[in-house]
Write a protein that binds this ligand. Structure first.
Ligand code: ZN
Length: 454
């Protein structure tokens, strides 16, 4: 335990046995543990079956008043999702602000005619005035498709793709809206994914233009745990980009010269999720995939990456491509189509628990430290890190993390108390450092990798 010292005080750590520790799983926050126990596989099953009941949720499908009244097409699905968020808000005395982001999409590759696209979301505003502008977000796409991406009337059940991800956003809203967090949580469902990520692109651009401080985006797409023989029900893949698509030329030069290709903000988020998975045993473990997405596939997290936000994708371990983007039929004894009976609702519930624990941990944590620097004025075998205080004033202490350059995850940790600088007897040439903020209850922020500074 380090003595309490003022900001700007320098800590020198001597090179002695046991001067740092391997990171261990943090103690769970009882409030978060209780919340994830509220996640219900039955509720998720009901949500997915309801979504399938709209027949098709193709972005180009009906949204006229008659079809909506008849409960058919994407318009009816959208109104139902909005109603679910509103009912959760009534249960918490109006704690959720339910909103839509609606726009007319001009014709594009898979959009033959101008089409109204509507994203539906609920905002659980942060309770701390200094932290409320910080946001974490969970999303899934509520649109679906079958074999023909222009078939506006044929059945497109989309139970797994992406009824499952939509259900995760809804269920996170239901259980987390009963609690208060210092930072803001947004529960989003988007349309247009299957036509070209149109909904998420519009939303992420709006967020960037309005200067939203989104620290993390969790995109759940195909988290149904399809009941195929190769499925692993105890893991969920978490995809994260390496070199950020939004990196500037100067960023890319620095990444290239310092070996920073494994430390995008999205990858730090993925590592954070891995740690949450150890603290809160959600029933499913994150399996980090250091790759933007699967071969030949894309998803809504990319729209957020393009705007410079940290965003990852959750997807089941083994997909069955006969159960995605297929007309419902049986051919040669093989069943095709994205039907609820192939979905493992207990698995979706576990993925929702992991998401809810991640959102709650981040929304409880202080803001990450600002302006984190690694001093490189002279050639030295020690390493000095310096940073500005966590801007929302909620940090009680800071921790430096590091790992060897060839290791996938953090290997060592050292608290600096409330000091904003530390010198470690570890060569910066051999390791990758990061700094995170910790509040008095032990919630920790996303880690920030330092920029070299002279
Ligand atoms: Zn999808």
């Amino acid at each position: 335990m380090l003595p309490a010292v003022g900001a700007g005080i320098v800590i020198f750590v001597s090179l002695a046995q046991g001067w740092s520790d391997p990171p261990t799983a943090a103690a769970p926050d009882p409030q978060i543990t209780a919340a994830i126990h509220q996640v219900s596989a039955q509720q998720i099953q009901a949500d997915i079956e309801k979504l399938v009941g709209f027949g098709t949720r193709l972005t180009l499908s009906a949204q006229d008043p008659q079809s909506m009244a008849a409960g058919h097409g994407i318009g009816a699905a959208r109104e139902w999702i909005k109603g679910q968020f509103e009912s959760y808000s009534r249960d918490c005395s109006g704690c959720l602000e339910v909103k839509t982001d609606s726009f007319l999409q001009a014709p594009a590759d898979r959009i033959p005619n101008p089409t109204q696209i509507t994203n539906v979301y609920a905002v659980l505003k942060g309770s701390d005035p200094q932290s409320a502008k910080r946001m974490v977000l969970v999303t899934g796409h509520y649109d679906s498709r079958n074999s023909d991406t222009f078939d506006v009337t044929g059945a497109a059940p989309g139970a797994n793709d992406d009824g499952s991800g939509t259900a995760v956003s809804l269920e996170c809203a239901r259980v987390l809206s009963k609690l208060k967090f210092p930072a803001t949580i947004i529960f989003l469902t988007v349309a247009g994914e299957e036509q070209g990520l149109n909904g998420s692109k519009h939303f992420a651009e709006m967020a960037r233009q309005q200067g939203w401080d989104i620290e993390a985006v969790l995109n759940n797409d195909i988290v149904g745990g399809d009941r195929n023989s190769g499925q692993k029900t105890d893991v969920v893949r978490v995809f994260s980009e390496g070199v950020p698509v939004a990196a500037t030329d100067a960023d890319v030069r620095r990444i290239r010269s310092l070996g920073g290709e494994n430390d995008s903000s999205s990858r730090e988020l993925a590592r954070y999720i891995a740690e949450v998975g150890k603290t809160y045993l959600a029933g499913v473990s994150p399996m980090l995939i250091f790759r933007l997405d699967r071969y030949l596939r894309g998803g809504d997290h990319y729209s957020f990456n393009q705007q410079g936000y940290a965003a990852v994708r959750f997807t089941e371990y083994r997909e069955d491509f006969n159960h995605q983007h297929q007309n419902v039929r049986t051919e040669g004894g093989v069943e095709y189509g994205d039907l609820p009976r192939f979905v493992n609702f207990d698995y979706v519930a576990n993925v929702a628990r992991l998401n809810a624990a991640t959102l709650a941990s981040l929304a409880s944590a202080p803001a990450p430290p600002a302006n984190v620097r690694l001093l490189t004025k002279e050639l030295q075998n020690d390493s000095t890190l310096r940073w500005d205080s966590s801007p929302d004033g909620r940090a009680a202490s800071y921790e430096v993390l590091w790992r060897s350059t060839s290791s996938p995850d953090w290997e060592q940790i050292k608290s600096t108390g409330n000091a904003n600088q530390i010198t470690l007897p570890e060569s910066k040439d051999n390791v990758i450092f990061a700094v995170r903020a910790v509040d008095k209850e032990g919630h920790h922020s996303l880690p920030v990798v330092p920029i070299p500074a002279r």
